[in-house]
Design a protein around this ligand. Structure first.
Ligand code: PMP
Length: 281
């Protein structure tokens, strides 16, 4: 596999990461995941803009422009000959002796790689089970931080209960998944949490809101409770890798008929229509 690190494209044996990297020691950094479909990057600019925004929010100054980052991401895809997969990029505050406060002279460290990763076609078809989990994360969930312990613990709790995704609930309100945003459909209206500090404003979330607008599906970006979620006609979660995953149960209780709903299917179809496709002549 070809990696990117600090201006160079390298094989793994040439990759040198310090144990004093603040990403390793503190999780002091931010990251992005960009999907590749049939060799083409999907919504890459949006992801890279969010990377710069996340870096700015934690006061890491990045020396790359969006166009430079785009070029790096494209080269990672090409050099690794990725057909369907994703590109991972992370930026840390850099290398310095361990002390919590920002080092005076550290230089941010950026690494990237690209891997094949098939679309989760079976689960997109059949739907997923969610488990509600108390959201004990910090209050800056809008930052795509490397600190993912709260998310990791929640995802594992969901897996331990035979579910594919956790549903974060804070103050009785449904927030997002452990690595996804969530949507509910009730009486033809699509509900999702407003984009504030309690959630990551997902790129797939934004795509779904745009598709809903195109299809004239009314949307309310409003908070809702777990019991309201259980009463939804349809429910789904979204992310770069999970796309639009129908949710058929939450805490073992069926949502609607307990099968993927018709509006979810409509959104999936519209999503499918606008991802990059290999053009067969
Ligand atoms: N929320 C969280 C906590 C996530 O980790 C992710 C996936 N990175 C998302 C939402 C979805 O974001 P996106 O659609 O940009 O992948």
């Amino acid at each position: 596999m070809i990696y990117f690190k600090d201006g160079e494209f390298l094989t793994e044996d040439k990759l040198n990461v310090s144990v004093n990297d603040r990403g390793y020691v503190f999780g002091d950094g931010v990251y992005e995941v960009i999907k590749v479909y049939d060799g083409a990057l999907y919504t890459a600019r949006e992801h890279l803009e969010r990377l710069l925004e996340s870096a700015e929010k934690i006061r890491v100054s990045m020396s790359y422009t969006i166009d430079e980052l785009l070029e790096i991401a494209q080269k990672l895809q090409a050099d690794n000959q990725i057909s369907v997969g994703h590109i991972y990029i992370q930026v840390t505050r850099g290398v310095a002796p361990r002390a919590h406060q920002f080092p005076e002279d550290s230089v941010p460290v950026m690494i990237g790689y690209a891997v094949e990763n098939a679309r989760p076609l079976e689960i997109l078809q059949q739907g997923a089970a969610m488990k509600s989990v108390e959201d004990v994360r910090w209050l800056r969930c809008d930052i795509k931080s490397l600190n993912l312990l709260g998310n990791v613990m929640a995802k594992q709790e969901a897996f331990d209960h035979g579910c594919q995704e956790a549903l974060f609930v804070r103050d009785g309100l449904v927030r997002e998944g452990s690595s996804s945003n969530v949507f509910g459909m009730k009486d033809g209206i699509l509900y999702t949490h407003p984009a504030n500090n309690f959630i990551l404003n997902g790129i797939t979330r934004r795509v779904v809101l745009q598709i809903a607008e195109n299809l004239a599906i009314p949307v309310k970006e409003e908070e809702f409770t777990l019991s309201q979620a259980l009463q939804m006609d349809e429910f789904f979660y979204t992310s770069t890798n999970a796309e639009i995953t129908p949710v058929v149960t939450i805490d073992q209780q069926p949502i609607g008929q307990g099968v993927p709903g018709p509006l979810t299917r409509k959104l999936q179809t519209a999503f499918e229509a606008q991802i990059p496709k290999l053009v067969v002549a």
